[in-house]
Design a protein around this ligand. Structure first.
Ligand SMILES: Cc1ncc(COP(=O)(O)O)c(C=O)c1O
Length: 477
């Protein structure tokens, strides 16, 4: 097989082949170990030099399905509790397949009216879901890192404008450093975005009251006061990765506004508490910020990759990201070119999956799922508290449970090493999947529940399997 043109008639067959493999994979996923077993074998099967003459699509897809499925991490399944990872709802997955088949380029209205229209509707629904004003600008990105980049890019434009400079035209020359103030909860992706924007990692001032990173309100306020009205950027964190805590967002916004600062909220997963029945208070006041972001491939449970950026003043997005050329169409409010609102030009039609999952399950469906996850996390936390061999290190505020193994008789000085070894054993075992972090100076676990498939059957295994593996580690010493 050489020219793909010769493969045309085989298309229905290979699509059916892929659908059969995916269906088989997902049918078994609930009970399988999370790590893919045959990683090295798959790597060997995929390697070799570039074929001069290809095998044809059926052969290539058969090999990919067989070896790829054997090697794949079951992160789409219900027991992947590492990081904060969602799966893909049935509606989102099917819509994402269609996005590939339709192969829409969602950069402009002209290239894909369908993609642009669905992105307008889907981002409108997301604003409704999160309680953000409909007048805000919004764009789908590859994830929360690029959503942070987008929101902070608008912030950077605003900041330079306060100094009388159009930074996106003129660059930074002659401008002072950009003050960035936040708590110790800042996520690495916002740090990366600040570096990419040329603001610089070293400009970040973290006001942490203790080793957990909790905001030191007094120091934060004093630093804002010291700026004397000079423009600045404040980043508030809605959902910190170690223990799911929130900055006091409303208070930070109030202080920042009094001091002439832009507030950007990183709510990669935490923004979803605004959908919940009982935890929405944690993200109170978010609508008072200037930019807010969240992730789609986390708690919305759409396939990778998908994030959302929302900016109060859409003109600032357009100013930062405008994309022009004599052959390029000019967008309008009703017929938008989303390439003008975010970092990418050619773009996957991510809106199909976002629209489909919101259409399929609605606000009530998401509320039920988020509430279920919050309830499961609370139950795991209660189990930890009731045990005499585990220690809860922070209250369970949302879907993250921060705890460590602390069997009787093991001295404090040995706990970090024990928990690190137990973390490695959990990943190696694979019946549940979560790693370690360092929280308040202690090595800890931080499983997060955010997959639509996860039920009590899965969550109940978190402590049980950690205990079983912990006891066998202790016995082997
Ligand atoms: C709070 C927070 N912000 C940003 C990110 C980055 O998200 P992404 O990997 O989608 O770029 C994450 C990812 O874990 C996160 O937890």
């Amino acid at each position: 097989m050489s020219d793909p043109l010769g493969d045309r008639d085989r298309l229905p067959f290979v699509l059916a082949q892929a659908a059969e493999a995916a269906t088989r994979y997902l049918a078994a996923i609930d009970g399988e170990r999370v790590h893919g077993g045959r990683v090295e074998e798959a790597a060997a099967a995929f390697s070799g030099s570039l074929p001069e003459t290809g095998d044809g699509s059926a052969e290539a897809i058969a090999l990919l399905a067989e070896e790829g499925i054997a090697a794949a991490t079951r992160s789409a399944g219900p027991r992947f509790f590492h990081f904060v990872t969602g799966g893909a709802t049935p509606a989102a997955l099917a819509a994402d397949w269609l996005a590939s088949a339709l192969d829409q380029n969602s950069f402009s209205w002209v290239s894909s009216p369908l993609g642009s229209r669905l992105e307008l509707v889907a981002t409108g629904w997301l604003k409704e879901l999160f309680g953000l004003p409909p007048s805000w600008g919004a764009v789908l990105t590859t994830g929360a890192t690029m959503a942070n980049f987008t929101g902070l890019g608008a912030a950077r434009r605003w900041w330079a404008g306060e100094h009388g400079v159009d930074l996106d035209e003129q660059g930074f020359g002659g401008l002072p450093p950009v003050p960035v103030l936040t708590s110790g909860y800042l996520h690495g992706s916002a740090v990366k975005a600040l570096a990419m924007l040329g603001i610089g990692r070293a400009r970040i001032r973290r006001f942490a009251a203790d080793a957990t990173g909790r905001l030191d309100r007094d120091a934060f306020k004093a630093a804002l006061d010291q700026l004397g009205g000079a423009p600045a950027i404040v980043i508030a964190n809605a959902g910190e990765v170690n223990a799911g805590d929130f900055d006091p967002i409303e208070e930070m916004i109030e202080l920042a506004h009094a001091a002439n600062a832009w507030v950007h909220v990183d709510g990669a997963f935490g923004l979803f508490v605004r959908v919940s029945t009982g935890a929405a208070e944690l993200a109170r006041g978010v609508e008072g910020a200037a930019s807010v972001i969240a992730d789609g491939h986390k708690w919305l449970n759409v396939p990778y990759d998908c994030g959302f950026a929302f900016v109060r003043d859409p003109e600032l997005m357009h100013g930062a990201f405008k994309f022009a050329g004599p052959y390029l169409p000019i967008g309008s409010d009703d017929r938008p070119s989303f390439a003008d609102f975010g970092p990418e030009a050619s773009r996957r039609a991510r809106a199909l999956a976002v629209w489909a999952t919101l259409r399929a399950y609605g606000r009530a469906g998401y509320r039920e799922m988020v509430d279920r996850h919050l309830g499961l996390a609370r139950e795991v936390g209660a189990e930890v508290v009731a045990s005499d061999d585990f220690e809860l290190l922070a209250p369970v505020r949302i879907n993250v449970i921060c705890f460590r193994y602390r069997p009787l008789g093991v001295p404090e000085s040995a706990l970090d090493d024990l928990n690190r070894r137990l973390g490695a054993a959990i990943l190696e075992d694979g019946r549940v999947y979560f790693g370690t972090t360092v929280y308040g100076g202690k090595v800890a676990f931080r499983p997060a529940i955010s997959n639509w498939r996860t039920t009590a059957v899965d969550a109940d295994l978190i402590v049980a399997i950690a205990r079983e593996l912990g006891e066998s580690l202790a016995a082997s010493r």
